[in-house]
Design a protein around this ligand. Structure first.
Ligand code: NAD
Ligand code: MN
Length: 356
């Protein structure tokens, strides 16, 4: 029997609450499948760990994670630690050091999921974001000059390498070709006269190899308007790190809320472990109350199963999430229910068992 070794970084706030359900569900999937199993190793890296040690993870943290088949992450962030530390020293570091250059985020309105938009049909919201995840505006390059002086200046650079742009754009074209979908490039070449002009140029260059893929290009401000006014026009989307971060929270809002939004940080070549996480944060406002919705985490578990080569199980988990949303019996308060986090996880497990 094949064993997949999964590193679990539950993190802060609701992170451990939702991850416990994700682990429960993955264990059940493996038990039902019978041909593979998961071995979970828990790492305590979090804000609490930082407050004890002064670091988000040990110096050899990346080396400790390297042998794993995948990383399952909850959320990091705490009112007691600067967000720039929790995010940069753990999340962004893992994404960067493991060359997880694809951030794949589905924005799909499932049956029964709430949508704040008027006059939108469920099928109209079905897009996949391919967000650049290793450089761009999040490269961490810049300078802080003349600190505390009247002429103080800060510079935050965006780093866009040819290799970095080409590989994410190519991935998006491949996905569009495979799924027979349109590809929309979202950028901002009118104002960002280096980075986004370069990005658009590479989008056009790579596109020459994909004459069968129908493409569109939109400026990011117009794209955010169209996501609300006419989401139907989007299928596969490729965009930079910052724009993808912002637009996928907008995507979460139109597709059922933060409690349903999942993301996969992929190293497509499988040279390094990929990381699967709900896109929400640690939600300190509801932490410790059993109110967190674990379905985003279950969705990211389904992305992990897809990536490990079990798309039939990935699909099954999405179908079960949809069942829960349609039945409206076992849902957390963000979706209008009264169930607790673990009751929702138990219900997913029960439905898995039913399919035996
Ligand atoms: P957040 O996603 O934690 O919360 C935003 C709102 O959505 C809150 O009202 C919260 O209660 C709700 N929400 C989020 N997830 C939910 C769930 N699963 N079920 C029900 N409701 C849910 O964003 P924030 O408040 O901006 O950030 C809080 C902390 O999380 C900050 O420290 C931030 O830096 C961090 N953060 C971490 C990540 C990550 O680890 N990937 C992502 C975003 C924010
Ligand atoms: Mn984000």
């Amino acid at each position: 029997m094949h064993t997949y070794n999964i590193a679990v970084i539950a993190g802060d706030g609701i992170g451990p609450e939702v991850l416990a359900e994700g682990v429960k569900v993955l264990k059940e999937v493996a038990a039902l499948d019978g041909t593979f199993q998961f071995s979970f190793t828990h790492f305590p890296w979090s804000s609490a760990y930082y407050l004890k040690t002064g670091k988000m993870m040990p110096d050899d943290g990346i080396d400790q994670l390297r042998p794993f088949d995948a990383i399952f992450l909850g959320a990091v962030g705490s009112p007691d630690v600067p967000n720039s530390v929790t995010s940069r020293d753990l999340l962004i570091r893992i994404r960067h050091d493991f060359d997880q250059y694809i951030n794949l985020r589905p924005v799909k309105l499932l049956k029964g999921a709430p949508c704040p938009l008027a006059d939108v049909k469920r099928e109209d919201i079905d897009m996949t974001f391919v967000r650049e995840n290793s450089e761009g505006e999040y490269a961490g390059s810049g300078a802080w000059l003349y600190k505390d002086q009247p002429n103080e200046v800060v510079i935050q650079n965006g780093v866009f390498s040819r290799k970095g742009c080409e590989r994410v754009i190519r991935y998006a074209y491949e996905l569009a070709r495979k799924e027979h979908k349109t590809l929309t490039n979202i950028s901002k070449g009118n104002a960002l006269n280096y980075s986004m002009v370069f990005w658009d140029q590479i989008f056009a260059e790579v596109g020459k190899e994909y004459p069968d893929v129908k493409t569109y290009s939109l400026l990011v401000d117009a794209a955010s308007m169209f996501m609300v006014k006419n989401p139907k026009r989007f299928q596969i989307i490729v965009t930079s790190n910052l724009f993808g971060d912002i637009l996928t929270d907008l995507g979460a809002a139109i597709a059922g809320g933060m409690g349903l939004a999942a993301g996969a940080n992929l190293n497509p070549e499988k040279k390094f472990p990929s990381m699967f996480e709900p896109i929400h944060g640690s939600a300190p406002d509801i932490a410790g109350q059993g109110k967190a919705n674990p379905l985003a985490t279950v969705w990211s578990a389904s992305q992990m199963l897809d990536f490990l080569g079990y798309p039939q199980w990935g699909k099954k988990l999405i179908a079960i999430i949809e069942d829960l949303l349609v039945e409206k019996k076992v849902l957390t308060p963000d979706l209008g229910g009264t169930a607790t986090t673990s009751q929702v996880g138990d219900e997913v497990v029960r439905k898995l068992e039913e399919t035996k």
